[in-house]
Design a protein. Structure first.
Length: 136
């Protein structure tokens, strides 16, 4: 993928994430554009970089990637910079209030949506071939 194409995918992923967050909790933060764009590109690249993995395996890897980005971003944005963008301290099985089990479980279907959306965008915008998917 060319650099300009990567930037477009990043921006669209960031916008999609901010829109999801606005629908989910009624607010967002500019930093979520960058966090969402990074997650969208990373999860979306799984089909190209690890085509031997099934869709379900890619979704598990995507869930781990998103959780890692969320945890690291939370430590920087919420703990170091004190921006207080989110706090899962009251959620079950949370780690320093930055990640929690309910959202980790939510990242699984969201990572599946990102896999397909990123492929569709590359097909639609850049005329790249649609990959073949293996479910198991």
């Amino acid at each position: 993928m060319k650099r300009g194409e990567s930037a477009i995918i990043f921006c669209l992923g960031g916008l999609l994430y901010v829109m999801i967050e606005l629908l989910w909790r009624g607010r967002s933060h500019i930093s979520m554009f960058f966090v969402g764009g990074a997650c969208f590109c990373a999860v979306g690249s799984l089909n190209r970089n690890r085509p031997e993995l099934s869709v379900l395996s890619q979704m598990l890897v995507g869930t781990a990637m998103i959780t890692g980005v969320e945890f690291f971003s939370g430590l920087v944005l919420n703990r170091m910079l004190l921006l207080h963008i989110w706090d899962y301290s009251n959620a079950p099985l949370n780690l320093f209030g930055q990640i929690c089990l309910p959202y980790v479980l939510l990242w699984f279907p969201l990572s599946g949506a990102a896999l397909f959306a990123e492929d569709w965008l590359r097909w639609r915008l850049f005329h790249e071939p649609m990959p073949h998917y293996r479910w198991l």
